[in-house]
Design a protein around this ligand. Structure first.
Ligand code: C2O
Ligand code: CU
Length: 490
């Protein structure tokens, strides 16, 4: 059926996913950008900051004039921004007032396994949930603490739902937010800050006539056990791009240097960002950081790509534009609906300038000779009579199966291959990419888009905490349909 009822997806040529076409597509650049509110600690004890977060349903005006029912951290999409400092522990007391279980994962966090948001470690609803058919994880009833040591480099992290089999629909409803982690090394660079540092969460969604989020499911309550969903091909795409939950917004800037901290929080959509018009006589972007924080040295770029869950930290100098000019951050991978991301309206005031040092960070480079073994994993579709399943190395996700068990401190090479584009993501331990020319400039990563370049080798040091963690495809509809596995640090 068409319109905004029933199963909504249809394939659009040139796209790699299932495109959900909605009825409400607002005009680009008519709504101002919003910056998520910064969450304040409720209490600070020694070196620990305590926060409170309630996961709940709310109504939010996203498309002008319509109210969208969302699920959000503190009832907001995106949820509140958390800012942390290396050396200070963060404890988030979380209460679940949704009608469904959740599991919150701090993406990019180096977190002990019990607080990592394992897919079956469910936080059940505070009220009205019949316990019984959950998988055998650590179950909490109504509320729990998530404790994050955050003894790690400064980086843009983000947090999102990770409930087994339901991550795609639950994040689509709004369970995603940013977390900026800082440290002294980064502070010493004196990078643009305050209104000159913009956290930008990019997602795509589709909206029905009444403002509802549309997600292709046969069940309005989003019950999606493996096997009953329509064939998601390569994930679910929306036809409206949102930045911080605002459809293709505009933002006034002064003629100075801005630091854009971008996370691709989309379920399945890949982006390639460019600036139109480009500034005269130079590349528009200076890439200074990626998933795992600062690069060793800045890289000038005409454009950059982000797979789902990847982050970019870029400087843009608006002083090379004239007052009154409109400069658009565009997505070059999109179809015609999905190229407008964000419009900067350049004002006449001068903003701060910034001269980037040639060395940003003293990055340790992992060396192949340190690796004690090589493992191979193949990410590829398996066809079924009623759709596709997405195994890794032939195995669908099983919470009890351990695919790799490195000893604490081991360095390994993982050889990764895929049939299509799959953003490989591993929890807890960042990696570096081997073999891809030039990519040593891209620093510490936690996600890598497979399938664009054939196979890839990454080098991983399994330090941190012992325990069971996941790695998976970060296309949520693949993850929900099996493309996830466990490793355990022993
Ligand atoms: Cu953002 Cu397990 O993922
Ligand atoms: Cu995938």
């Amino acid at each position: 059926s068409g319109g905004d009822q029933g199963i909504l997806g249809r394939k659009v040529p040139g796209q790699t996913g299932l495109m959900v076409l909605g009825a409400s597509v607002p005009e680009s650049f008519t709504v101002p950008l919003a910056i998520p509110p910064v969450l304040r600690p409720v209490q600070t004890v020694g070196r620990t900051d305590h926060y409170e977060l309630t996961v709940r349903a709310a109504l939010q005006e996203i498309v002008p004039g319509l109210e969208t029912p969302i699920w959000g951290y503190n009832g907001e999409f995106p949820g509140p921004l958390i800012e942390s400092q290396r050396g200070r522990r963060v404890v988030i007391h979380t209460r679940n007032e949704l009608p469904a279980p959740v599991s919150t994962h701090l993406h990019g966090g180096r977190t002990p396994a019990a607080d990592d948001g394992y897919p079956t470690d469910l936080l059940l609803p505070a009220q009205g949930w019949e316990h019984g058919h959950e998988h055998s994880g650590a179950i909490s009833h109504g509320e729990r603490d998530y404790t994050y040591p955050l003894d790690q480099r400064a980086a843009l992290l983000w947090y999102h739902d990770h409930r087994m089999d339901f991550t795609g629909p639950q994040v689509w409803r709004g369970l995603a937010a940013m977390h900026i982690h800082r440290d002294d090394e980064e502070a010493a660079l004196g990078l643009p800050t305050g209104e000159y540092e913009l956290p930008l969460m990019v997602t795509d969604r589709s909206f029905g006539r009444d403002g509802r989020f549309l997600y292709p499911s046969r069940d309005p309550e989003l019950v999606s056990p493996p096997g009953v969903l329509p064939d998601f091909a390569n994930g679910v795409l929306g036809d409206v791009l949102l930045v911080n939950g605002v459809p293709a917004p505009f933002h006034p800037v002064s003629r100075g240097v801005y630091r854009l901290r971008i996370v691709n929080a989309s379920n399945a959509r890949h982006y390639r960002f460019e600036l139109v018009p480009a500034p005269p006589g130079r590349e528009p972007f200076l890439l200074i950081g990626s998933d795992g924080g600062l690069l060793a040295a800045p890289v000038e770029l005409r454009s950059f790509a982000l797979a789902p869950s990847e982050r970019a930290d870029v400087l843009v100098d608006f002083s090379s534009f004239s007052a009154g000019e409109n400069v658009v951050l565009r997505n070059r991978y999109g179809d015609e609906h999905c190229s407008d991301v964000l419009q900067f309206r350049v004002g006449s005031e001068l903003g701060p300038s910034y001269s980037t040092p040639p060395v940003l960070s003293h990055l340790e480079r992992l060396d192949e000779s340190q690796a004690v073994r090589t493992r191979t994993f193949h990410f590829a579709r398996r066809n079924q009579h009623d759709g596709a399943l997405w195994p890794i190395g032939g195995h669908l996700f099983d919470p009890d199966h351990i695919a790799a068990a490195p000893a604490l401190g081991d360095t390994e090479i993982w050889q990764l291959s895929s049939d299509l584009r799959h953003p490989f993501h591993i929890h807890h331990v960042p990696f570096q990419v081997l073999d891809i020319p030039g990519v040593d400039t891209y620093g510490w990563k936690d996600t890598l888009a497979l399938g664009l370049r054939g196979s890839a080798r990454v080098i991983i040091r399994f330090d941190g905490y012992r325990g069971k963690y996941t790695f998976h495809c970060h296309t949520y509809e693949h993850e929900d349909m099996g493309m996830m596995a466990n490793y355990a640090i022993t």
